[in-house]
Design a protein around this ligand. Structure first.
Ligand SMILES: Cc1cc2nc3c(=O)[nH]c(=O)nc-3n(C[C@H](O)[C@H](O)[C@H](O)COP(=O)(O)OP(=O)(O)OC[C@H]3O[C@@H](n4cnc5c(N)ncnc54)[C@H](O)[C@@H]3O)c2cc1C
Length: 415
């Protein structure tokens, strides 16, 4: 494992910092992390994000890993990691492009027609058009291939009916990528087809979902006789599962790259500032023991993420570290937030920044933590991945594997 930048990486890092210094405010590394968790994605925030993306694009700092022909810079994943690390040191607008740039763009590059790539990728890269992922349904999340939204061919068009849910950002997106069932008479993975859908098309209804932190970052999206041109099919008819896997693999890489954990520095600071029996809480033995546990787990995650970085730096493809990072990092984030609230006593239940320390960072983190444990693969699904693909344990029973989708039981069996 090599923790240091190569000379080329150090030079690239310096160039990133020079550009960022010119355009955005640098955060003070000695201060507590500012609370950006509860940022609301209102019109002004979306406009600011679009402006920042255009500034980066025009200066050659957008979608670094995309090929140049699609508006990217043709750089490697290591450069992208360095850019993300450097950008993370600055106060920048809401991150509204991670799904489009990290998951949907690469899917279109891998499976789209030349016409689709020419039509969509440059605008996606410049950020003037924002994209969402329309995969999950009320009864299809972990078991995505069980989805029921249908697409039926009608001449040169397909007609979509059904419902998606948890669609992040759908309320401000221009385009979505949707997986539909086009053939219920074959096994569930075989009858799926993937499309690009215009979020402003007649019949698309977007209803924001209110979350426990008061925000509405994701939505229910209803499709009633929505017409999509045949030319918007991505991949072949019936090949939607293979196309979706490309999206999901990119999602895992994007989530795993975060390294998880974080914020231990802020928790130590909180324990110094909060008093317990008249003394800083950090002097209490029981508090110190919990902090030490969190610190050790955070360090473990940090070293796992360094291992990924070293692999990237050598040009290798990262292995299962992504799943481990999220499987450990998401519960850790939740436990640390719960402990931080406990340390604050009754103020732990208050979210008014005038009263609460660290801009209610921990209250926001606590309310957002359950979502972290679900999005991009729940704890249990990640453990299944580790069990089956890393440890080589026997796979789960898949009773519906070779059954036509229409024959898969959907409720209790009757005698
Ligand atoms: C913040 C957030 C953002 C999201 N954004 C999007 C988005 O933009 N687009 C999109 O399409 N979706 C999105 N999702 C949805 C997300 O992909 C699903 O919530 C996730 O896949 C889990 O599916 P589910 O909610 O249907 O839960 P289910 O799959 O119904 O799971 C319910 C419970 O059963 C457990 N379980 C399920 N199967 C197994 C198994 N085989 N073995 C053991 N335990 C199992 C799960 O771990 C969980 O505890 C988002 C979710 C969140 C929280």
């Amino acid at each position: 494992m090599d923790f240091d930048d190569t000379p080329q990486e150090a030079e690239f890092r310096a160039r990133c910092a020079a550009f960022l210094d010119q355009h955005v405010e640098k955060l003070d590394p000695n201060e507590t992390t500012p609370n950006l968790l509860g940022e609301r994605e209102d019109d002004a925030a979306i406009e600011a994000a679009k402006k920042w993306q255009a500034t980066k694009f025009d200066a050659g700092w957008a979608v670094l890993t995309w090929p140049k022909e699609y508006g990217g810079q043709g750089l490697g994943r290591m450069e992208n990691v360095i850019w993300n690390q450097e950008e993370g040191k600055y106060r920048t607008p809401a991150a509204i492009y991670s799904i489009g740039h990290g998951m949907l763009g690469p899917t279109l590059m891998a499976h789209g027609t030349d016409e689709q790539k020419d039509k969509y990728l440059a605008d996606m890269a410049r950020g003037q058009e924002v994209w969402c992922q329309l995969f999950s349904e009320p009864s299809a999340g972990s078991d995505l291939a069980g989805l029921r939204t249908s697409a039926v061919r009608d001449g040169d068009e397909w007609v979509i009916n059904g419902q998606k849910i948890w669609s992040t950002g759908a309320h401000f997106c221009d385009w979505g990528m949707i997986v539909t069932r086009t053939d219920p008479n074959v096994a569930k993975h075989a009858g799926l087809t993937y499309f690009i859908v215009d979020m402003n098309a007649p019949g698309v209804e977007i209803r924001p979902i209110k979350q426990i932190n008061g925000a509405s970052g994701f939505n229910e999206v209803f499709f009633t006789d929505v017409r999509v041109p045949h030319s918007n099919m991505v991949g072949k008819e019936g090949d939607g599962w293979r196309v979706s896997i490309t999206t999901l693999m990119n999602e895992r890489v994007a989530i795993g790259a975060g390294g998880g954990g974080g914020r231990i520095k802020d928790l130590l600071k909180l324990a110094q500032d909060v008093k317990r029996r008249g003394k800083p809480a950090i002097e209490d033995g029981a508090v110190r023991q919990r902090l030490a546990d969190f610190w050790v787990t955070s360090k473990g995650l940090q070293y796992i993420s360094y291992r990924t970085l070293s692999a990237l730096s050598r040009g290798a493809t990262p292995g299962p570290e992504g799943s481990i990072g999220k499987a450990v990092g998401a519960p850790l984030a939740q436990q640390m937030a719960a402990f931080a609230m406990e340390l604050q006593g009754s103020l732990g239940a208050v979210t008014d920044d005038d009263f609460v320390m660290q801009e209610s960072l921990w209250q926001e983190a606590y309310l957002g933590a359950p979502g972290l444990r679900i999005a991009g693969g729940t704890d249990e699904i990640l453990k299944n991945v580790i069990a089956e693909r890393v440890l080589g344990l026997p796979p789960e029973m898949r009773a519906d594997k070779n059954m036509a989708f229409r024959d898969v039981p959907t409720g209790p069996t009757t005698k």
